[in-house]
Design a binder for this molecule. Structure first.
Ligand code: SF4
Length: 180
């Protein structure tokens, strides 16, 4: 199947891409992450996504980085903790971006690397994906069968940069507060 893979970060994409390719899918990566703050962190994570896409030998589509629209959609949820209501909005924005791309291009389905994270609810992500695109969204939980462990193993082998917070300004502040 020709699958568009929304990539939240290169490390997560490593085991997810590997798995989808092993299943025989024709995979294209899609790095749509307007949540990532600040811009130099976005650039760093994009470089990792490019490295992993080369390692997987898949093309990578990179839409315009548009953090302002992400901020305006999530501003009222700035005090939500990681894992709360802001994250549901954040997932929806990124999955909607992939769905829009799919509708204008020649793909049969799309999915996301987001479910490989042990910190993210696959049930919520799959629900949002299905609401957006019905059966065009491949409902998966990539953390199963040691997906996260495998991603980290590949990251170590490739010497990839490992981020220390989820991505947005608010998660950065939370991580800094934890370290203080
Ligand atoms: S904590 Fe992560 S998933 Fe939640 S809003 Fe921030 S970047 Fe998005």
């Amino acid at each position: 199947m020709k699958v568009l893979l929304h990539i939240c970060c290169g490390i997560c994409a490593a085991s997810v891409g590997e798995r989808l390719l092993a299943e025989g899918h024709n995979v294209t990566g899609f790095f749509s992450n307007p949540n990532i703050h600040p811009a130099d962190e976005y650039a760093r994570r994009l470089e990792v996504a490019k490295t992993v896409s080369s390692w997987l030998k898949i093309p990578l589509v990179v839409p315009e980085y548009a953090p302002d629209s992400w901020f305006s959609e999530t501003q009222s949820l700035s005090r939500e903790p990681e894992g709360g209501a802001r994250c549901a909005v954040c997932f929806r924005l990124r999955l909607q971006s992939a769905a829009n791309y799919l509708h204008n291009h020649d793909f049969e389905a799309f999915t996301t690397t987001l479910t490989v994270s042990p910190h993210k609810s696959a049930a919520l992500i799959n629900k949002i994906g299905a609401e957006i695109a019905g059966d065009k969204f491949l409902e998966r939980d990539f953390k199963k069968k040691d997906g996260f462990k495998r991603s980290n193993q590949i990251a170590r082998e490739l010497g990839l940069y490992h981020q220390h917070y989820c991505g947005c300004l608010y998660s950065l502040k939370e991580a800094e507060a934890r370290r203080a």
